[in-house]
Design a protein around this ligand. Structure first.
Ligand SMILES: *Cc1c(COP(=O)(O)O)cnc(C)c1O
Length: 406
């Protein structure tokens, strides 16, 4: 193996860049899309309804409602949950900005509880500390595909009459105590972005068992308009009649996307299985490296492994995350960082959120690196990642055998 780091002028472990995540599209996916393009409906037609039914069947929820993207789906969930001016919603700081932005869209106030430094999911104790008279809901994030401690969090919600919206953008196919994610919270959001488990290009889904939420979600995604005779509140003018009853948006999914989603859904089990295989390969390779902390999965959950996030044990390293990150990039490994804590973003700081308010999330952020993980990766790709991590970590290790032993 070439020992000289690519960042110092050596040869990179790979000749081509390996991304951290990407879609897997086969000919049958393409055929499904082409069929819609040749049909009568391009936007919301028969495919959307079929996709929603297939999705609800897979999850085991009563309803599934498709949206243009996951963020739109979160916005809709916040709206139908009745979150509005002055309502506080507790969420995680270690997430994509959409998990908190959706609260701002409806005029509410995101409140960041801290994370558990082992799983990087919301710490139930910290949620309790953030409760006030104004708390209306919790948006719980299943970080990297591992469900949060949903039983404890739902217990807190029940005791305080809070709605639980689950941001399961990472956790399609995961389960908590043998219950499928998507059947547990009042509403659960899934994202169908290309790096997520299955894709529709852009797309999102809400699953729920609540019929009232379901009807409002449907209406919200199409301008707040209904044509359903049973839902009309004023005099019906005639067959053309529709009513706009609330301020909604155009958040519809197209039939083109839904056909792709249906085709992809058939492959989800295979995709997750492959993700788990790669995780096993990584876990074994990194188990004995004291410089690296592997992902920790609690015994009562089944993660669907959206991300493989390592944490650097900086006490054994001579360099910080930034140098190691850059060195891995130069080896042509598509590393990433999930996430910059949301409350430290300039926009949130301008709203008055303070750095230092979620110390565990902020400390974890300093030391994490996401390694490539997606189902179409080959064993060779996985080995390249391992080779690069070992090469870079050994160089920066301060332990015996490290290149720069001190
Ligand atoms: C991807 C993602 C979203 C947003 O989904 P989009 O489909 O990209 O709008 C929300 N929350 C988390 C945690 C995500 O990873």
């Amino acid at each position: 193996m070439e020992k000289k780091l690519a960042i110092l002028g050596g040869n990179p472990v790979r000749g081509t860049y390996l991304p951290y995540g990407r879609q897997w599209i086969d000919d049958d996916d393409i055929q499904a899309v082409v069929k819609v393009l040749k049909s009568d409906f391009l936007t919301t037609g028969p495919e959307v309804g079929k996709f929603e039914q297939d999705f609800a069947d897979y999850i085991g929820s009563r309803y599934a409602v498709a949206f243009a993207n996951g963020t739109a789906a979160l916005h809709a969930a916040c709206f139908v949950a009745g979150i509005s001016q002055d309502d506080e919603v507790i969420t995680s700081p270690l997430t994509f900005v959409a998990s908190a932005n959706c609260v701002l869209y409806v005029g509410g106030k995101p409140v960041f509880a801290d994370i558990d430094p082992i799983t990087y999911n919301l710490d139930p104790q910290s949620i309790k500390e953030k409760l006030t008279q104004k708390t209306k809901a919790i948006i719980v994030v299943d970080y990297a595909g591992q469900p949060a401690q949903l039983d404890i969090i739902h217990q807190i919600a029940k005791e305080n009459q809070l709605i639980v919206i689950e941001d399961a953008a990472h956790a399609l196919g995961a389960s908590f105590k043998n219950k499928k994610v998507g059947t547990i919270s009042d509403m659960t959001m899934f994202s169908l972005h290309p790096v997520k488990h299955i894709t529709t290009g852009e797309g999102g889904m809400i699953t729920t068992d609540n019929q009232e939420y379901y009807q409002k979600l449907i209406q919200f995604r199409t301008h707040g308009i209904t044509k359903n005779p049973k839902e009309l509140t004023a005099t019906n003018h005639g067959p053309w009649y529709y009513e706009m009853q609330m301020l909604g948006y155009n958040y519809r999914m197209t039939d083109i996307q839904a056909a792709l989603g249906r085709s992809q859904l058939h492959k989800l089990a295979k995709f997750i299985e492959r993700r788990k295989q790669i995780v096993e390969i990584y876990n074994q390779a990194f188990a004995k490296m004291e410089e690296v902390i592997c992902p920790q999965i609690l015994p009562n959950v089944d993660s669907s492994w959206h991300l493989y996030v390592i944490r650097l044990n900086t006490s054994h390293l001579t360099a910080e995350r930034k140098a190691i990150f850059k060195a891995l990039q130069k080896e042509n490994i598509g590393v990433n960082v999930h996430y910059i804590p949301v409350h430290t973003q300039p926009f949130y700081q301008s709203l008055g959120y303070q750095s230092g308010s979620c110390p565990d999330a902020e400390n974890v952020y300093q030391e994490i690196i996401t390694l490539p993980l997606y189902p179409q990766m080959s064993d060779k790709d996985a080995q390249d990642v391992i080779t690069a991590v070992k090469k870079v970590i050994q160089y920066y290790s301060n332990k015996k055998g490290g290149k720069r032993a001190q």
